[in-house]
Design a protein around this ligand. Structure first.
Ligand code: URA
Length: 242
């Protein structure tokens, strides 16, 4: 994929886009051995870029969809020696990191990337992407309680934004209620705390959707690359433009 030279320089961490533009017009940037001063210049992945004669190391952007199992910490290293996300991406050469987090006992969809811009945009509260969770709680949950979740509940860090809550079913034999919650905020342990508030502590929690991404076809503990259209849609959903 071809991209503007100043963007490539910014992504490689050489300078901000604006600074990189100055480098270009000042004649400090070479592409495949030739000085380039044109700001609109586009380059592909194979272009050999130098700034002040020094080669620019370009990191390939990686976007992985991971089905995190329960009992895995959403970090790349755990001082307590528990299983981490890093244990599942040992053969990925790029230095990917998780976008946001899932609790140790929550399973489901997690995005891993080395694209700091996307990670930052996705976690920004003003354009948080919709996230859907399958929730199981013990007992029968009255509709009025689900309505409270729909309207927003007061947590210690403020009211939650309205949520979409859909009752799935009540399992008589196990005395469990299953429902889904869709939120766009990403506060710490948010769904668990919302359910605590209505008096139905979570038994199991699974994130099944993020933006338009789902767990479909992905086994527990497995990863897959996003395809370019999925990356594009995700960037658009959180207000990033190429
Ligand atoms: N809400 C929670 O309570 N836990 C998670 O892991 C994600 C959302």
């Amino acid at each position: 994929m071809e991209e503007r030279l100043q963007k490539v320089l910014a992504q490689a961490g050489v300078a901000s886009r604006r600074e990189a533009e100055k480098y270009i017009t000042a004649g400090r940037v070479k592409v495949n051995g030739k000085v380039v001063r044109e700001l609109g210049t586009k380059v592909d992945e194979r272009a050999y870029i130098q700034v002040d004669g020094k080669p620019v190391k370009r990191e390939h952007k990686v976007y992985l969809l991971f089905y995190k199992p329960r009992g895995v910490v959403t970090t790349m290293k755990d001082p307590e020696g528990r299983r981490t996300v890093a244990d599942y991406v040992r053969d990925v050469p790029e230095r990917v990191f998780p976008v946001g987090r899932l609790d140790y006992n929550t399973e489901g969809l997690l995005l891993l990337t080395n694209d700091g811009d996307l990670a930052q945009a996705m976690m920004h509260p003003s354009h948080g992407v919709n996230k859907t969770y399958e929730v199981t709680v013990p007992g029968i949950v009255p509709e009025a309680k689900l309505d409270q979740l729909r309207l927003g509940v007061p947590l210690e860090d403020g009211m939650t934004a309205p949520a979409v809550v859909q009752l799935a079913q009540y399992d008589h034999d196990k005395n469990l209620t299953h429902f889904t919650v869709t939120i766009h905020e990403g506060r710490n342990r948010q769904v668990r705390r919302m359910c605590d508030y209505i008096g139905f502590p979570v038994r199991t929690l699974k994130r099944v959707k993020m933006g338009s991404l789902t767990l479909k076809g992905l086994g527990r503990g497995r990863c897959r690359d996003l395809d370019p259209d999925e990356v594009k849609a995700l960037k658009k959903a959180c207000g990033l433009h190429d």
